[in-house]
Ligand binder design. Sequence first.
Ligand code: SER
Length: 594
Amino acid sequence: MTSNELRQKFLDFFEEKGHKVISSSSLIPDNDPTVLFTTAGMQQFKPFYAEPDKAPYASVASVQKCLRTSDIEEVGDDTHLTFFEMLGNFSFGYPEKKDSYFKKEAISFAWEFLTGKLKVDKSRIYATYFKGEKGIPEDKESLEILKKIKDLKKIEPQGFEDNFWSLGTEGSPGGPTVEFYIDGIEIWNLVFNEYSLQKGKYEPLKHKGVDTGMGLERLLTTLNGHKDVYETDLCLPLIEKIEEISGKKYKENENLFRIICDHIKTAVFAVNDGILPSNKEAGYVVRRIIRRAIVKGHQLGINKNFTSDFVDIVSAIYKETYKIQADKVKKELESEEERFRKTLKMGLAQFNKTIQNYRDSKGEKVSELYTGEAYEFEEILPGKVIFDLYQTYGFPIELTKELAQEKELDVDEKGFQEEFKKHQDLSRTASAGMFKGGLADSGDPQVVKYHTAAHLLLAALQEVLGEHVHQKGSNLTADRLRLDFSHPEKLTDEERQKVEDWVNDKIEKKLEVHLDECDLETAKSKGAEGEFTEKYGDKVKVYSIGGDLSSKEAVSKEICGGPHVENTGELGHFRIKNETSSSKGVRRIKATLE
Ligand code: SER
């Protein structure tokens, strides 16, 4: 089956079922400052869940282009993409609104489409439903509906993490989900919006609604019996073009090819929708994606401008669905690539030289940087180097981090933020506002929130696990925080819950965040947690939560350059997404704020 056939089958099916077919909206969300990109089909319909009277139709269906960077590190595997299309059917205002529907119809439409229309063998399909968790009751209604499907072999109960969905931002609708799997791969997510996220809590919605989403690329892969999304007609021509340009074989360089294919396609669609590469917010993300594709191309041996060569191919792949303004997109990609290529080679040479110097002096320089517990497992690329790579050579920090990781080096992000701030202070008058919300998201309000949440998380870990816990690295984006910390083993479910609850308790208590400046010794003697302490000057900044540096009530005290929120009440609901091993004796937590 081709992608065009599949889109059409989906829309025809739901049209027959009384849905109004709506075109995809832009990748820039309309009037929603809480998100940078359209990440799901429901985005353009979001207001209709709370105010169904405003919806011109009770039931709609769409194929929505989406851009998601939360899993960017996973791109290169069989299924993850930053640009994808979502097939979805939606309903608003149940039961009052005429022709609206809810669980019974949504589940039966999905089953009928998969088994009747697409003729997927029933024995390949199973479903999951929400078993109830976090004070939200089990979705018994869906369970009963699923039980009535005669040939459905398996129904699995799942918790909040897997079978509850919302955008995670203030005011977002959300609810329990039913998910259909084919051959063990999640294919279709049916969300039953019965709640709205209000100040970190899921409050019941007056009207109920349906939001379903099914990844086009993944479904097409499954239906055609392919192993990965790059074999579909949505990607294959791009893979072939990379082979032609690079002279290399896809099978021998799968990871690089896949990242280039995905990222260039994302860049084409983003630029086409008017998101131009820049140092701010969405534009920064697009710049980062383009530059990453260029570096991956460089690693494949491509040394000339190549990104704009893909525009016509992307345009041809999607010609029946989206109009790509090829000339405009080519021009933007060319100028971005031109700019980056001017410094790419020198930047890489600089990077490699720095690494070489470090390797040569392995040991000493590292311990100079770190005065706490010995950093036995890795070296650190100093903030100054990362900043110079950005400032002089245009390397986004994420890119430098990735290059460093390839060399098994960690990066000093805090040091980078310090350098960045120093630079900002120096050039504040000249560039007033230029950096706001800009590079590495350092001033982005969402990142600032994650920064404070990271302090709370570290304090919570020390509280629950013990004093041996210290920070071993962190990474903050507008979508999540990542914290590496010393601890010998996996957290138990109970410990994880305690940590999460502790943080949420401090958020609910609306604690003030205080800033003190003092010398390092004073900070230490008053119990401030610090990391790369040697690098600080005469005075250090200490951020304390729930009291100032001298107070006994403060729940967290950390030496840190900031910035932070003023009050923990601004953070929203804290949730640990996963907890994994980072390296020997070091655990890694990824967490979000909702
Ligand atoms: N909004 C849900 C998702 O993104 C279903 O469409 O998975």
